[in-house]
Design a protein around this ligand. Structure first.
Ligand SMILES: [Zn+2]
Length: 318
């Protein structure tokens, strides 16, 4: 069913293998001499089985099919995504990751009127600023994506300041994942868990627009505080937001949307799904749930325009 507003999905991933750390130079981790090789292998096996169990339960509770295991070419996957975008009347879809800057750049060039790609590499590495300039100026990427709990340094480390400076000069938005990472059995502890660690960076680079996904991903209080402190911090609504189960009973996606509107206004909330693999494709379920949640809050129609379309359009300067 067609809604009254246009849609930009600000948060999706092109379904190819991507290194979360975004490191260009791989470093061999020194072996931890406090644990034997056998114990490590055993633990990995137990943790893997646990993660698989939780993830299959999660798919059942959401009605999602298991991702296809067959390897498809980028051309085939791009055509499948183009079909999805047309089917759901989506103006633009943002692929935050997709196998590195060069590869994603080629993918978005296949359907440039519908696909937008973000750069994704480690902000602390030497030359990260150069890579970012190349990504925007030569590879037509339109923003920068970072997965904070996969970095090897605190995100406010000064080694990334050159990269923030490049983003400021390029005038591009930066989307940074904070909070629990991955599906069940994923990462729950890291120096870059709370979005509040971005506080000084956001204050120092006030013209750079930062987007923090998944309604705070376990850290809604911290994200609300950060948004209260910094006018250049936005929130995206993407994902299943299963972390809300660990919050007080009365908290829901709807109550959070209300709280973000009250704190930051409707101009700093952007719609996203975290869509990724097939056969699921565009995760319509998240879209429909959020439309219902917002309509039931009786927000003005203008808010829907802003959240589902206008705010993203402005961030991306379309
Ligand atoms: Zn994501």
């Amino acid at each position: 069913m067609k809604q009254s507003f246009k849609i930009i999905d600000f948060h999706a991933h092109f379904p190819v293998k991507t290194d979360f750390s975004g490191r260009q130079i791989k470093i061999e981790e020194p072996p931890n001499e406090n644990i034997s090789h056998e114990r490590k292998v055993e633990s990995e096996k137990i943790n893997k089985a646990y993660a698989e169990k939780l993830r299959s339960e999660w798919r059942l509770s959401h009605g999602f099919e298991k991702p296809i295991s067959e390897k498809l070419s980028d051309e085939v996957l791009a055509k499948m995504w183009k079909k999805e975008v047309d089917k759901h009347n989506i103006e633009k879809i943002i692929f935050l990751t997709g196998g590195g800057n060069e590869r994603l750049s080629k993918v978005v060039s296949m359907f440039p009127d519908k696909f937008i790609g973000f750069a994704h590499h480690n902000p602390h590495e030497i030359g990260a600023d150069v890579l970012l300039r190349k990504a925007v100026n030569q590879q037509s990427l339109k923003g920068y994506k970072i997965i904070a709990p996969a970095l090897d340094k605190p995100i406010n480390d000064y080694s990334a300041y050159k990269t923030w400076e490049a983003a400021a000069e390029l005038d591009i938005p930066i989307l940074i994942h904070f909070g629990t990472l991955g599906g069940g059995g994923g990462i729950a502890e890291h120096v870059n868990m709370s979005p509040l660690i971005l506080h000084d960076v956001a204050k120092d680079f006030a013209s750079v627009q930062f987007v923090i996904p998944h309604l705070g991903c376990g850290y809604p209080r911290e994200l609300l505080q950060l948004m209260w402190a910094c006018p250049n911090v936005h929130v995206d609504t993407s994902g299943s937001n299963q972390w809300i189960r660990w919050m007080p009973e009365e908290m829901s996606v709807q109550s959070l949307l209300k709280k973000f509107i009250e704190t930051a206004g409707p101009e700093r909330i952007v719609f996203g799904t975290d869509s990724n693999w097939f056969p699921r494709g565009f995760s319509e379920r998240y879209f429909l749930d959020q439309v219902r949640d917002l309509r039931d809050l009786n927000v003005p129609e203008r808010y829907l325009d802003l959240i589902f379309y206008e705010n993203s359009k402005k961030l991306l300067k379309l």
